[in-house]
Design a protein around this ligand. Sequence first.
Ligand code: SF4
Length: 443
Amino acid sequence: MGKPTVLLIQPPIHDFALYDLYLKPYGLLRIGKWLERSGWRVDFVNALDYKDNETTARLGRGKRKSNGTGKFHRTELPFPLKKTERKRRFARYGILPGVFKRKLSESSPDIIMITSGMTYWYRGVVEAVETSRTIHPDIPIAVGGIYATLMPDHCRKSTGADFVVEGDAEPTVRRILNELGLPVPSAGIEGPLLLENVWQDAGIIRVNTGCPYRCDYCASAVICSSFTPGEAERAFSQLEEMHKRAGTVNFAFYDDALLINKERVLIPFLEKVIQSGLELNFYLPNAVHLQFLDREIANLMVRAGFREIRLGFESSSSDFHRRHDDKYSEGDFPAAVRNLKNAGFKPKDITVYILAGLPRQDYREVEESVRYAADFGVKVSLAEYSPVPGTPLWRESVEISPLPLEEEPLYHNNTFFSMEWEGFTLENLNYLKQLSLSFNRKL
Ligand code: SF4
C-alpha cells in the first residue's frame, strides 16, 4: 500500500481590494510538515501563487516589491450583494480557475484540507470546496483556519465541508484522521513545510502563540485561547533552515504578542540572529505592544535588521483604553517613539495604528488621536474597525448595525463601514483619512 496522501489547499480570495502583506498559509503548512514527518505524502495547491506562469501569461505580472510584499493576480467579479447602496469593484485574487482545477486534479488524495482567513473571504473557501468536490467527489474535505473557527456553523452551511476544524487544529485533525481510519501522527506539530516557492520571497516566523490581553475588538483570544511563550532556539533554527534551503532574507512575524516575555524569547532570538551574521530583513505585519519597547529591545531590533515597526496605539484617549483594552498607560507612547528613534528608526519606518469606527465611537476622539500621534513625527495609519464574531464587541456591533452581519460575513469587511452613525459618518471617515495622509506626507 502506498503512502496516505493529503491535499492541502490555500483557496483564492474574493474581496474588494487585496494586497499581499506577508499573506502565507502558515498554519496549513505546519499541518503539512506534521503529516509529512509521519510518513504522509503532502500535495499543496496554492491558489494565491503569484508566480504561476500560466496565470501570469494571461493576466500579466502583479507588481511585487523586494521586501516580499505586492499584488496578486486579479480578475474582476460581479458585485456580490443586491441590497447595498455603496457599490465597489469586487474581484477574485489568485491563479486562474482553470489552472486551479487542473492543479487539484493532479493529486490523488485520501483527505483534503483547506484553510480559511478573514470571515469576509469565505466565498473563496466555498469556491475551493466546490471545485475540490467536482474533481474528488468521494474524498473527505476538512476546512480550518480563522473563518472556520469564528463562524463554524456558517462555514459548515456555506461550504458543505465534511469537517470544520475550530481553533487549535491538532486535536481535531487527530480525531478526524482516526474517524476516517487514516494514520494519526504520534509527534506534535512543529514548524511549516519547507516549500521554496512559498518562502523564497518572504518567510514567516512565530515565536509566541496567542496574546495575554483581552481587547474587546480583537479576535486573538477566540482563535487561540491562551498565551504560550515560544522557544528562541527553535524559532531560530526554523529561520536558519528557511534561509539555507529557500534563500529567504525577508521574514515577517505572525505573533500577536511578540514583545511579551521578551527576556525569555525575543531577546535571545534576536541575539542569535545578530551572532549568526546573517543579513536579514524583519517586518511586522501585526502591530507590537508599545509599552514593552524599551531601549534595549529597540536597539536589538535595529541591529537584527528590522526594517519597520508597527505600533498598536489605537487611541490617545485614556477613556478609550479603560473601556476597550486596558493595555496602555500615559507616557508609554512617547517613550516607545523616543526609544525607536534613538535606536535609529526613521519617522517613515514607524507606523502607528489608530482604531476608527468602533461601535458608538465619536470621530472627534479619533481626530484627536491622529493629531496627537502625528505630533511625534511618525506615520499614522487608520485601522478601520471590522466586526469580528466571538469578540466582546460583536453583540453590540450586530445590534447597532443596519447591516445583517450575522447572515452575511461580507459585511464584516470594513469597506462597508458598518458602524456608521451621526457621530461618525462616512464623510468624517474620509476626512480622517485625508488628515492622516496630509501628516504622513510631511515626513
Ligand atoms: S489587539 Fe493586540 S493586545 Fe489586544 S488582544 Fe489583540 S493581539 Fe492582544
